[in-house]
Write a protein that binds this ligand. Structure first.
Ligand SMILES: [Zn+2]
Length: 85
């Protein structure tokens, strides 16, 4: 794997960024990893758009969950799912 062509290296970075997406969005990454992801997002439009889309979606879902008068158990389950991604 040490002689990977540039394309697959790039792909690998994208894959690593995407693997950290959920943790990144729920602010559960280590600071170093968060920095890595952020610097990748600045270089990679594809990942930036994906992260932005997911973040917007999560925000919308959280707002909806906040508005709905759901029984506590259900609400906690939904929040748990959101947190887990
Ligand atoms: Zn990428």
């Amino acid at each position: 794997m040490d002689k990977a062509p540039i394309e697959s290296l790039e792909f690998n970075q994208c894959q690593q960024a995407v693997e950290r997406l959920n943790d990144f969005l729920s602010r559960e990454l280590h600071p170093e990893e968060e920095t890595l992801v952020q610097s990748h997002l600045q270089q990679c439009k594809g990942c930036f758009e994906k992260f932005h889309f997911e973040e917007t979606l999560l925000k919308t879902l959280r707002e909806k969950v906040g508005q709905v008068q759901a029984p506590d158990g259900l609400r906690q389950r939904v929040m748990g799912l959101l947190k887990r991604g």
